[in-house]
Design a protein around this ligand. Structure first.
Ligand code: ADP
Ligand code: MG
Length: 249
């Protein structure tokens, strides 16, 4: 090979952000009654990051993840997740997007009370064509392998939230969105749930966006974003996150 035939320089494999928000506005209502929940929010999240979004009540946290998750439409601006322009999708495309790319976890678990833990998880697994053993495997991953046949009413709050995390992860979502996931748990249970969440999300390769008003949780994040009055006012990397077991609040 001569000098003029040098091999192409491999382009460094730097994947772009998995979540990109550009100048996103969300207004509820109109005229005098308009509420501006988001006022030009910008964000770019790299794949695999564990991101905590902090903000006081009313700052737009729930709105932010509902828009990223395709549950509600933006008023203006652009949201791109995994190369899909969510803000350009029609209803059908949104349904596919939510099903294939997004896992949601809420403060109050929202499990189906008449189904066992395994059935709650497999119901979602089936939607995305996961194999029959995926539910049991995912429950094992959140430490509930031995409680798969329990109904939600015979599980503790922390266990129910771990089922909800398994239900969100069984589809191996690109993004896992959590809205105050420890808001109704005591400190020790909250730490356990966050520890399980962290390792399970990592093993599934999901990018995590957790929104909360509890600033203590931010110490376990790779990245901390502050939201205020519908805008991102601070966004910093945290080079040495704490282990969930070390959190105090
Ligand atoms: P957070 O989760 O940080 O508490 P939200 O995103 O729930 O904040 O709300 C942001 C603002 O938008 C608040 O003023 C809230 O009252 C308002 N809001 C949220 N959802 C609606 C809605 N469906 N209709 C009208 N106003 C809403
Ligand atoms: Mg909220």
């Amino acid at each position: 090979m001569t000098a003029t035939e040098s091999p192409p320089i491999p382009s460094p494999s730097r994947p772009g952000p998995v979540i990109r928000m550009e100048s996103v506005h969300k207004t509820f209502g109109s005229g005098d009654l308009a509420v501006h929940a988001l006022r030009g929010a910008d964000l770019a999240i790299d794949p695999g990051q564990f991101v905590v979004v902090l903000g006081p009540s009313g700052s737009g946290k729930t709105t932010l993840i509902n828009l990223i998750g395709g549950i509600e439409p933006a008023t203006s601006g652009r949201i791109v997740v995994h190369e899909v322009d969510v803000t350009a999708l029609e209803e059908r495309g949104l349904t596919d997007y939510r099903r294939a790319q997004v896992g949601f976890v809420f403060q109050f678990f929202n499990l189906i009370p008449t189904l066992t833990a395994r059935e709650n998880v497999s119901l979602v697994g089936e939607l995305v064509g996961a194999d029959g053993a995926a539910a049991a495997r995912t429950l094992e991953q959140v430490g509930l392998g031995d409680k798969a046949d329990r109904f939600p009413s015979s599980l503790s709050g922390g266990e129910q939230q771990r089922v909800a995390i398994a239900r969100a992860l069984v589809k191996r979502p690109t993004v896992l969105l959590l809205d105050e996931p420890t808001g109704s748990l005591d400190l020790e249970t909250g730490r356990q749930v966050l520890g399980v969440l962290h390792s399970a999300a990592r093993s599934f390769g999901s990018t995590v966006l957790l929104v909360t008003h509890n600033s203590a949780i931010a110490r376990m994040a790779d990245r901390v974003v502050h939201l205020h009055s519908g805008r991102v006012v601070e966004d910093r990397l945290q080079p040495v996150p704490l282990d969930a077991s070390e959190l105090q609040w």
